[in-house]
Design a protein around this ligand. Structure first.
Ligand SMILES: NC(=O)c1ccc[n+]([C@@H]2O[C@H](COP(=O)([O-])OP(=O)(O)OC[C@H]3O[C@@H](n4cnc5c(N)ncnc54)[C@H](O)[C@@H]3O)[C@@H](O)[C@H]2O)c1
Length: 328
């Protein structure tokens, strides 16, 4: 078995690639390096620099490396950008997936994993989000992920593919500083950026109907996200019949923004007393996964606590911003 990993040079893809190699799988990465870095790849992993929109590049990667399964991780992921550039997001995330599926089907590749997102649920009004909670995305990014799942399911039926769509919740942390997330669009790096600049972290709304008034999320270590992919790959490798699964990857435990700030304060030594600003439109009060189905289907459970996520993210941040550590 050889697995093609699209987006394998990115934050999550880099972790998945590393763990799959450690698990003894053969892999090849296709990445256009638009937000990824070749340095994230373990030594010896072949990299085809190209877009998922480029059928010839996909055919080359699949043909030259004898690919038998695809992990489709590549996508554009910024919610705000998806609102202002929906055409690009549909092109990259939906058309990109369609071309990947076309190339896979043409080559007889019958196993596909897809990076989906909790963004498919939109503003769920439930204590724990199960895979049966209605999907009502509230931005083009979430829409492209939901349409992607539909496309996967339709192609699975038509072409007899075995598929796993994994809906990631709030990903944080890094297995090592070199693999860390360089963007500042998620809570943890956003807070680090404010602290490093000598400013108070911002909390968008402290009047939500939650125990401390701040939003509650399900934070999950990226190394746990990667180990869920390894479990899914093993399941697909071993399958003797067609498998089609859609699974949440979360810890099933809610952590409020205020609680996260307290952890960041303990880990970094900074005062994380927040400046409270008005709510942002489109932020649900609480989004926490039910992780029962993935446990049942893949025998997988998250291992890392919030402290480990924050500490590893801080190490990565300080490697790129040495001035941050000096102030702590
Ligand atoms: N990071 C999160 O919190 C999160 C949460 C839910 C879902 N996801 C999904 O996980 C996946 C990976 O996210 P990430 O955080 O690692 O982002 P990232 O930007 O670090 O990684 C994306 C990778 O895909 C590559 N890429 C993008 N468009 C491409 C294209 N058209 N062709 C080839 N390569 C392309 C980029 O160069 C990059 O290496 C995405 O599908 C994202 O939607 C991420």
């Amino acid at each position: 078995m050889t697995w093609l990993i699209t987006g394998g040079a990115g934050y999550i893809g880099g972790h998945v690639t590393q763990q799959l190699v450690e698990a003894g799988e053969q892999v090849v990465v296709l990445d256009d390096l638009s937000s990824g870095a070749a340095e994230r790849l373990p030594a010896g992993v072949p990299l085809v620099v190209g877009s998922t929109l480029d059928r010839a590049a996909l055919d080359r990667a699949i043909g030259e490396h004898g690919v038998t399964g695809v992990l489709h991780i590549a996508a554009k992921k910024q919610v705000g950008e998806s609102v202002t550039e929906p055409l690009r997001y549909y092109q990259e995330n939906v058309e990109g997936l369609r071309v990947v599926l076309e190339a896979a089907a043409a080559a007889g590749v019958s196993r596909v994993l897809f990076s989906s997102s909790a963004a498919v649920y939109g503003m769920p009004d439930v204590e724990l989000v199960t895979e049966d909670t209605p999907c009502e995305p509230i931005n083009p990014y979430g829409e492209t992920k939901l349409v992607g799942e539909w496309l996967i399911n339709a192609a699975a039926k038509a072409h007899g593919l075995s598929t796993v769509s994994l809906r990631y919740f709030n990903v944080a942390g890094a297995a090592s500083p070199e693999l860390s997330d360089e963007g500042v669009t998620n809570l943890v790096p956003m807070v680090f950026e404010r602290l490093t600049a000598g400013r108070a972290p911002r909390v968008f709304g402290a009047d939500y109907p939650t125990p401390d008034g701040t939003c509650v999320r399900d934070f999950i270590h990226v190394a746990d996200i990667a180990s869920a992919h390894v479990a899914a790959v093993k399941r697909l490798n071993a399958a003797t019949e067609q498998v089609n699964l859609t699974l949440n990857i979360g810890r099933g435990e809610g952590v409020s923004v205020q609680e996260m700030l307290a952890v960041i304060g303990r880990v970094t030594g900074y005062d994380t007393t927040a400046e409270v600003t008005p709510r942002r439109p489109g932020d649900p009060a609480r989004v926490v996964a039910s992780a029962d189905l993935i446990h049942k289907e893949l025998d997988w459970t998250a291992r890392y606590e919030v402290e480990a996520m924050v500490a590893s993210a801080w190490d990565g941040w300080c490697a790129r911003h040495p001035e941050a550590r000096r102030r702590a």
